[in-house]
Design a binder for this molecule. Sequence first.
Ligand code: SAM
Length: 252
Amino acid sequence: MKEDNFKLDPEFYDLQVNWDKRLDKEKDFFIDIFKKYNIENMLDMGCGTGHHAQFFSNYIRKIVAADPSEEMIDFAREKVVKSPGVTLIKAGFEDLDKIPYGPFDLITVLGNTLPILETRKNVKQALKKMKKKLAKNGIAIVQFLNFDSIVMEKNRFYTPKVVEKNGKIYIFIKHFEYGKIKTRVDFVITEIYKNKVEGFFINSSYLCTLKPGLFVKMARNAGFKRIELLGLDGKKAFSKKEDISLYALMSG
Ligand SMILES: C[S@@+](CC[C@H](N)C(=O)[O-])C[C@H]1O[C@@H](n2cnc3c(N)ncnc32)[C@H](O)[C@@H]1O
């Protein structure tokens, strides 16, 4: 379980996500969960730049937001998280049993963080550690890509994103190379200033090819009794041949 498999500058990570749009889309799903499960405290594991934690603090009093990347935590602390209800800590799944917080009513693992652990063994261990940190009636929510080979093949290139910042243009291209056990993801960033390429960054990492069926088996083995899979919008049941990502809701 090492964090260097995902080495993307927080500045770049944030530039390629339209946070207002993303949170607006996800808002109702989470608010319904908070109400339905009466959530009072939570952990956001792999919190990245901290936008979810800051957003959740509008509804939940006590939030721990954890990430093993010091750069992510520093960025979140300096630029994103303003609420005193959010405790930012440098910790990954591997440290979960050592952190002096929890048990939690809710644990979220968002934005494809679980497959970033790269191997099945690491994913299994992470699920077990999560289960141990959940309160008796707690719920865990994991959001990850649909690794169905046909869906992956169809979406192997994401639509390029073009973002302008401080007079520079950034082009983000994401590419997936599907493999049965591991899937490679390439992140290519081109930085353009006054029609000249000033920077060109390639970041490749390997994801555990976490097919939904495999995930459900692993979650059961980790001790979760109820596992519900929802599609991209978090409302409808997950469709293996259509949704490009899913939410797994796990409890029991
Ligand atoms: C794709 S980002 C997702 C960030 C955020 N949750 C989101 O939805 O935008 C994956 C995050 O997982 C973190 N990460 C890497 N290895 C990890 C580990 N072993 N345990 C927990 N998080 C890890 C990375 O540092 C990164 O911030």
